[in-house]
Design a protein around this ligand. Structure first.
Ligand code: PGA
Length: 267
């Protein structure tokens, strides 16, 4: 029997800037954004290029914006030309890191095993992981969404316990929705988020699954953001293209400020 416990989850909206903006452009973006945010604001995270982490962390020090990275290596140090370690990111002020983004998986051939090692490193070193999962168009068409997500969750979170994963964020990003202008429908997003929460419940505990923030990503824009966030199991957004425009991003995060909704759901 499921426990009827009401659990409040934070709303976390993450902008993923990918490989965009110079440091100068990034600083002027956050300078303009900060005055629009208040303490009641739901959390705003920005995943920025490595070179931008330190200047932006300083710029955002007394604001509610949290700065993080878009990737990292699983090793502590070593001969890994071009890579970066969790402790180096922490050193320059990063508080979180995206792991397993579909562009990392597909363009740079990262597999679940590698991503699992990165999640282990992130939790061991104390940087908050945002684990990205999602199915391709052909997997979606073949009705393999649940199967794919289940194996991504199982393999990326293997040999980790709920205590280690207490700060974990999951981002569900159907690959067919990323950068295509075709976001998942509200029904699909809610149903898949519920499925992910149920899987986490089976893998860990129901209590754990109710506390985990599950973000939706893939062609989020001004028109669909609020409706997506209104779904009971959608606790945040991972926004690519629409996070690059100050007006658009500001409007998306301020909608939440006006509503001041916090989430709770029962399985
Ligand atoms: P998009 O990207 O919002 O431009 O679709 C999302 C992402 O890749 O995280």
């Amino acid at each position: 029997m499921s426990k009827e416990v009401e659990v409040e989850r934070e709303i976390i909206i993450t902008g993923n800037w990918k490989m965009h903006k110079t440091i100068k452009e990034a600083i002027s973006f956050v300078k303009e954004l900060i005055p629009h945010l208040t303490n009641e604001m739901h959390h705003v995270y920005l995943a920025v290029p490595f070179t931008h982490i330190q200047p932006l962390s300083k710029e955002c020090l007394n604001s509610s914006i949290i700065i993080g990275a878009q990737n990292m290596n699983d090793a502590n140090s070593g001969a890994f030309t071009g890579e970066i370690a969790a402790k180096m990111l922490l050193d320059i002020g990063a508080k979180f890191v995206l792991l397993g983004h579909s562009e990392r998986r597909h363009l740079f051939h990262e597999d679940n095993d590698f991503i699992n090692r990165k999640v282990k490193r992130a939790v061991a070193d104390g940087i908050q992981p945002i684990l990205c999962i999602g199915e391709t168009q052909s997997e979606y068409d073949a009705e393999k969404t649940h199967e794919v997500l289940k194996s991504q969750l199982t393999e990326c979170l293997k040999e980790l316990d709920e205590k280690q994963l207490k700060n974990l964020i999951i981002a569900y990003e159907p690959i067919w929705a990323i950068g295509t202008g075709h976001s998942a429908t509200l029904e699909i997003a809610q149903a898949v988020h519920r499925f992910i929460r149920e899987q986490l419940g089976e893998m860990f505990s129901e209590d754990f699954s109710k506390k985990i923030v599950i973000q939706y990503g893939g062609s989020v824009n001004i028109e669909n953001a609020k409706n997506l966030l209104d779904q009971p199991d959608v606790d945040g957004l991972l926004i690519g293209g629409a996070s690059l425009s100050l007006d658009t991003f500001c409007q998306i995060v301020n909608d939440r400020q006006l509503n001041q909704i916090s989430k709770g759901s029962d399985i």
